[in-house]
Design a protein around this ligand. Structure first.
Ligand SMILES: Nc1ncnc2c1ncn2[C@@H]1O[C@H](COP(=O)(O)OP(=O)(O)OP(=O)(O)O)[C@@H](O)[C@H]1O
Ligand SMILES: [Mg+2]
Length: 367
């Protein structure tokens, strides 16, 4: 089958791909693992977090010094504040993943044993016993950590913290928390209305790494994979347009590639050369259709706290409204809507988001 531009979830062998291991500093991460560090990896939606973490897991297991697993706790979102259920389902997910990697039932039996303890310490107990039973130090990647809220999230963080000192013999060597927000920084509201920060619940001197967007060279490399696969050429003048529209946001880059080479049916004839007018049309199409990522950004842009930050930046207004909180800015930065670079004015992250905002403006004016 012809390979394709993937716009639906993590990369597969069929997708045109930038090597996920080249997208972060692998040496740095290996060093942190050797130093038994726990850390946060975060990036806006559809940046490639999951693809990178799955590749890291496979790399580590192949290298063979550790047993590495990936666990997605997104299921906990439905359970919301019910810490008991979240802890149980996290232990279940870990048990299945570990069992799959080590190829036996030991992680499942240990989970059954750990289930006899109360949920307030079940995860700690499980990770402790598992780490002692397995022949190599363990590494756990917990993805979608910020799908969890309130008491559930705090329970997970506290249970991780309480075994931390016993690593790597009796607790995982490294735990990586992966999500959109930097869990260390955000404020968590408990069911009794107390507020704690992720940092104080985690309370481990953890670093956080942010996964970036594609560079101009990587966009070229990705589109060239299509040319190599099919023979279809891109006019060189297309590339600055793709850059302005996406600034390397991985989903947008793929969505444009897919639109212009596949969804625009006349271009399925691979002898058609892709020219700038077609890129313009493709941009319009993906905005109009409101696929996954566009829809997600539009939902955010409809939130009053996001609009408060984004509209003045869009309009290049210099005066910062003092009623806007730091959290509101952080929220927009962590969701990748605005870029904040040292010494530079805030700006909207890419041309497509600018168009989404300008449409919002029109809506606001006409209502
Ligand atoms: N290595 C890569 N090479 C090319 N495109 C990529 C790569 N990684 C991610 N992408 C693009 O980003 C999209 C999202 O990938 P992935 O699901 O790994 O990201 P994510 O950050 O985990 O997303 P989410 O926030 O939805 O969980 C893919 O569908 C693809 O369009
Ligand atoms: Mg993901």
């Amino acid at each position: 089958m012809e390979r394709f531009f993937n716009t639906a979830g993590p990369q597969t062998p069929d997708s045109y791909t930038i090597d996920p291991l080249s997208r972060f500093d692998l040496e740095d991460i290996l060093l942190m693992i050797r130093q038994q560090r726990y850390f946060v990896m975060h990036a806006p939606r559809q940046t490639g977090k999951t693809s990178c973490m799955l590749a890291l897991r496979d790399y580590l297991n192949k290298k063979g010094d550790y047993i590495a697993v990936y666990a997605n706790v997104e299921g906990g979102q439905a359970l919301r504040n019910n810490a008991e259920s979240v802890i149980k389902s996290t232990c279940d997910t870990l048990a299945e993943q570990f069992s799959g990697i080590v190829g036996n039932d030991v992680p499942l039996h240990l989970r059954d044993e750990a289930r006899k303890t109360e949920t307030g310490s079940m995860l700690t107990t499980y990770l402790r016993r598992l780490s002692m039973a397995l022949p190599k130090p363990t590494i756990i990647i917990i993805d979608e950590i910020d799908a969890l809220v309130g008491d559930s999230l705090v329970s997970i963080l506290r249970q991780i913290r309480s075994g931390y000192a016993d690593r790597p013999k009796a607790f995982p060597q490294t735990i990586i928390l992966c999500g959109v927000r930097d869990v260390r920084d955000y404020r968590i509201v408990l069911s009794n209305q107390d507020i704690v920060t992720g940092g104080s619940a985690f309370n481990i001197k953890a670093t956080s790494l942010r996964l970036g967007n594609f560079s101009k060279e990587e966009i070229h490399e990705l589109y060239l994979q299509h040319t190599q696969e099919t023979g279809q050429q891109f006019d060189e003048a297309c590339f600055p347009m793709v850059w302005d529209a996406t600034e390397g946001q991985p989903w947008l880059v793929n969505a444009l590639g897919r639109e212009v080479t596949y969804k625009m049916r006349e271009n399925r004839d691979r002898s058609v050369r892709i020219i700038p007018e077609m890129i313009d049309k493709a941009i319009e199409n993906i905005i109009y259709r409101r696929d996954t990522h566009i829809n997600h950004i539009l939902k955010l842009l409809n939130e009053p706290n996001v609009q408060k930050v984004v509209l003045p930046v869009y309009l290049n207004q210099e005066n910062i409204d003092p009623s806007i909180s730091i959290e509101d800015y952080d929220n927009c930065v962590e969701n990748g809507i605005i870029n904040r670079e040292r010494g530079k004015p805030l700006r909207i992250a890419n041309g497509i988001y600018k168009k989404l905002i300008s449409n919002l403006n029109v809506d606001a004016k006409t209502t």
